[in-house]
Design a protein around this ligand. Sequence first.
Ligand code: SF4
Length: 446
Amino acid sequence: MFYYLWTEGCQMNVGDSRRLAGTLEALGYQSAARPEDADVIVLNTCVVRQSAEDKAYGRLTSLRPLKERNPNLVINLMGCLVGLREPNGLRKRFPYVDVFSPPSDPRPLIEYLVSERGARASEEMLSLLQSVSPSGPARAAPRFPLFPLRSENGLQAAALVPIVLGCSHACTYCIIPYRRGGERSLPVEQILAEVRTLVQSGAREVTLLGQIVDRYGKDTGGPGLPALLRKVHAVDGLERIRFLTSHPNWMSDELLEAAAALPKVCEHIEVPLQAGDDEVLARMKRGYTAEEYRRLIGRIRMYIPNASIATDIIVGFPGETEAQFQQTSDLLAELRLDTAHLARYSPRPDTFATRNYPDDVPSEEKMRRFRALEDLQERIAAEKNAALLGQTLTVLVEGQHKDRWYGRTRTNRPVFFDDPSRNWTAQLAPVEITRTSAWSLQGSVK
Ligand code: SF4
């Protein structure tokens, strides 16, 4: 029996798909290279922008002929297109979908395969399935453990470990709280168990994930992220730790101190700015000003001098004037961050912004602003990467792409190199940088 997993969207979705893949393999399924070869097809969806939602509908529609040819095919729609609500509209629109699953919850599919398709589940899995009924709110669901992957892509040098699900912030443009629910921190022991499982299956690096990862433990009153970092740091065999995504309001000095003091914690911070104008930030309900963000970058660079800093920017938010956009551009030019993930504002259903602000920045203007920041950031990234020429950097090798080894530095820069003499997968390679571009580095093993 074979499964095919299609994943769209953020690292949280990638981590959720990894969990589901391990659970399906624990049930005896194997990974198929093409949907045509699968008995179970899972679409793990994203709706953070209209384009991602349209992609999911396109994929769903493309599966109908497969189902007509093979009525025994199981189709599972999962993720943020489904959300936590009852997917009645989706059921009517896509009657050939067998199972609808909330984000981060493999349970409905596993239950369906066990009860409707005779899949043989272990005692552990059966007790998990019995512990909470599928109709209960996902927030109450005990988490499915992370089963080791048996398929050939089982060895993951760098793995993702969700630590906070959902988000209780209320940025006016964001659909995530509506689809993933309020924040819920996962138990420390469960996180440590997952990290150990991943290290035992070959991982050397873990990334601790959350929409606002710095708020870990705030909802439970338990240990916070600094304490969790120290516990994860103590796991034998682990070489590197990353955490994302941060929020300017929750990056404490204690967190930066811990990140600076713990050798395995990589010098890489992801903290979205979104806009550089205070009036726009206020209407986004981000909860900070451009000046406060500027001071935060100063604090990060004080605690972690060689930190690489990545940010997110939305251009064309309703009402954003040319002058306000220029504020964003000027701040990005001033701060010279390492990476900027850019997006054009996309109205999302149910959000405060969609209900209250007309989407009044024309799409050509959104594209002009997007391109302007893209060009600016490309120049900054190229200059920063050029400064690494001749240096020897330690790269955790994640695999091969077109016969070239690839991996990332501690500062999250992608590096490519050739060395047919050995298998570098999940190894730390000392690479001397011989070529640079804005987006990646190339070199040879020292
Ligand atoms: S912090 Fe804001 S943008 Fe990020 S997930 Fe939460 S609501 Fe969305």
